[in-house]
Design a protein around this ligand. Structure first.
Ligand code: UT7
Length: 330
């Protein structure tokens, strides 16, 4: 197998300390630990306090990833941030993180890919390196989902949590390491299945009916998203394996988007992988949108489940709808 041109040189993550358990949610909305556990696999999630911003979370994860790569923030040429929960709409969250990092010589901008945003960011960052516009790119996902869920809506508020994760990209050192194949898709005709209502900030809603409700909260047709999630993640599995000329049995670890254990299990079944070859942390963090994969990747490395030479498959889906896959040799 041919090696990749770009590698993920490091990982970093940050999660808030505050834990919100299913028992806590039983006291907030009409739900039960049994329902949440059976339908989603989630037992608890982390919640950032009012004084913690998406910028600060992303800064902490980004700083950790820069250090893990043996670099200083000043070495970073580009900062690409994925977030569905910016603290403010202008400037880009990436610019605020750049200022916190004091990465003065970098260009910084955001991508809006919802849960697929971090893999999108890596693809854009790889392009910057390959076109010789950057040598070192920091890709951050930071998501304060607790700020955009409606805490009175039991169908969504039990699902999400807050987290940030990051990686540094650079040219691969060779020896077959790096990104072997990638796949990105979206289908805007399915946007109404999962979206944030417009904010009351002068933004123009796509749907006039939305004028009545401008709370910025997340809305979701759960069952429809579920079906599309399984279909699109399986499509991404096939696409990246075919592009790389790799078979399913060669995969060492599947690191899927962590939205629901049933979606993860269905994807693993399709990929022919037993669950001991899948990294799962949805039980501890819930769905942290685009932060799920970098956080899972970091934890899997820390646990020794990803080592030099490991073949790692990442697949994701989210609002848009968007979906993506990436195969890397660590
Ligand atoms: O990153 C992408 C983000 N989105 C997702 O990944 C979501 C994908 N979808 C899902 O994970 C699942 O569809 C859910 C977990 C959201 C829902 O599970 P489901 O098995 O599809 O349940 P459902 O929506 O069909 O609802 C079944 C029942 C309903 O009651 P009735 O109509 O059967 O009486 C709901 O009202 O469960 C009820 N329900 C709840 N009951 C207790 C919905 N939420 C809750 C809750 N506690 N929190």
């Amino acid at each position: 197998m041919r090696g990749g041109l770009i590698e993920l040189a490091s990982t970093g993550m940050w999660v808030p300390e505050k834990v919100l358990t299913n028992a806590d949610l039983e006291r907030m909305v009409d739900t039960t630990d049994e329902w949440i556990t059976e339908r989603t696999g989630i037992k608890e999630r982390r919640i950032a306090g009012d004084d913690m911003t998406a910028v600060e979370m992303g800064y902490r994860a980004g700083k950790a990833a820069v250090a893990d790569a043996g670099l200083e923030p000043a070495d970073v040429d580009a900062i690409i941030v994925s977030t569905a929960t910016p603290d403010r709409l202008l400037p880009a969250t990436a610019c605020d993180i750049q200022a916190r990092l004091e990465a003065r010589d970098a260009v910084a901008f955001d991508v809006w890919g919802a849960c697929s945003g971090w893999l999108y960011a890596i693809n854009i960052g790889s392009g910057l390196i390959l076109s010789e516009q950057a040598e070192t790119v920091l890709c951050v996902a930071t998501e304060k989902m607790s700020a955009i869920v409606d805490w009175t809506d039991r169908a969504t508020c039990v699902l999400f949590g807050d987290a940030a994760g990051a990686t540094v990209l650079r040219r691969s050192g060779g020896n077959g390491h790096g990104i072997l194949s990638t796949y990105m898709r979206s289908d805007g005709t399915l946007a109404e299945l999962l979206y944030r209502s417009p904010l009351d900030s002068g933004s123009v809603p796509v749907d006039v009916a939305e004028l009545a409700v401008r709370d910025g909260y997340l809305r979701m047709a759960g069952r429809e998203v579920f079906k599309n999630a399984v279909r699109s993640m399986c499509e991404a599995v096939d696409a990246v394996l075919e592009k790389a000329g790799v078979t399913k049995d060669e995969i060492d670890l599947l690191v899927p988007h962590q939205a629901n254990i049933r979606i993860i299990e269905a994807t693993a079944r399709y990929a022919g992988l037993s669950m001991d070859r899948v990294w799962v942390n949805v039980d501890r963090y819930g769905n942290t949108s685009s932060a799920t994969i970098p956080v899972a990747l970091h934890e899997a490395r820390e646990a020794g489940r990803i080592e030099e030479g490991s073949l790692v498959l990442m697949v994701t889906f989210g609002a848009g709808l968007t979906w993506a896959g990436m195969l890397i040799r660590w």
